[in-house]
Design a protein around this ligand. Structure first.
Ligand code: ADP
Ligand code: MG
Ligand code: MG
Length: 252
């Protein structure tokens, strides 16, 4: 079973008046098969954590370690991370003009698996995954993220998740901007992947509502660039009732 270990991670971004530290010592261990919810107020650094794990060039790691089964993830290029099995669904996915969903998925799968998937089984795989997410087959021919609605972007992310079968999946605010039906369909997709027991999920969210559909094994409160508290699913209920005030004002 793969294990992602984040230890005392410090990350800075280049701001106008020089580097600014956003992550201030994050400790988190995620094993394949586990679902972790990371919850916190806006601006606490949740997306910074996701981007840092994915290797986004804007974020500079100034201290700490990230390893996947002992291998140094921070030394890996973005592609190497994907091949090693780390998947990031972004809060603000980018458009890829001129590249269809279908080609994008096949190219990604080829990169991650190390060989091109056999065309006939691949087409079936994509078709069945799209059906489960209640996506129109015509969607496969559209350009990636071009004119996608919020719900389409999120379904596209879950489609990638189902097809790429990563070891560690980082889902950044997959619930934002979804109506109730889309939220349920997206959550069911995450749960299908989860039931394989092969994926460790880091579910980053501001709101507790997605946790009605996806029951986390662990909940972490993120505040001021670090994990302020960790617990089980009951911690999410507490957050739903009490909000984040105590963590923000208390200067945790
Ligand atoms: P969250 O996802 O929890 O809302 P973010 O990680 O997006 O938080 O942002 C944390 C803090 O870091 C915010 O104050 C944000 O303005 C700042 N920040 C994030 N990315 C950048 C960047 N590229 N340049 C400058 N500041 C940034
Ligand atoms: Mg420290
Ligand atoms: Mg964010």
């Amino acid at each position: 079973m793969a294990t992602l270990e984040i230890h005392d991670l410090h990350v800075s971004v280049e701001a106008e008046n020089g580097p600014r530290e956003i992550l201030k010592g994050v400790d988190l261990t995620i094993k394949q098969g586990e679902t972790h919810a990371v919850m916190g107020p806006n601006g606490s650094g949740k997306s910074t954590l996701a981007y840092s794990l994915a290797g986004h060039p804007k974020y500079t790691v100034t201290g700490g370690t990230v390893t996947l089964d002992g291998e140094d993830v921070l030394e890996m290029s973005v592609d190497e991370r994907a091949r090693a099995g780390v998947f990031l669904a972004m809060q603000y996915p980018v458009e890829v003009p001129g590249v269809s969903v279908s080609n994008f998925l096949r190219t990604s799968a080829t990169a991650v698996r190390g060989e091109a998937p056999k065309l006939r089984t691949w087409v079936k795989e994509v078709k069945s995954a799209m059906e489960q997410l209640q996506m129109d087959p015509a969607f496969a021919e559209r350009n990636v993220n071009e004119g996608f609605s919020g719900g389409e972007k999120k379904r596209h992310e879950i489609l990638q998740l189902e097809l790429l079968k990563p070891k560690i999946a980082i889902l950044d605010e997959t619930d934002s901007g979804l109506d109730v039906d889309a939220l349920r369909i997206v959550s069911e997709g995450v749960n299908r992947v989860r039931e394989t027991g092969e994926v460790g999920t880091l579910l980053i969210t501001h709101y507790t509502r997605i946790l009605r559909y996806i029951k986390p094994d662990f909940v972490h409160v993120f505040a001021n660039g670090r994990i302020a508290e960790s617990g089980g699913a009951e911690l999410a209920d507490q957050l739903e009732n009490e909000g984040y005030d105590k963590y923000v004002k208390g200067g945790a």
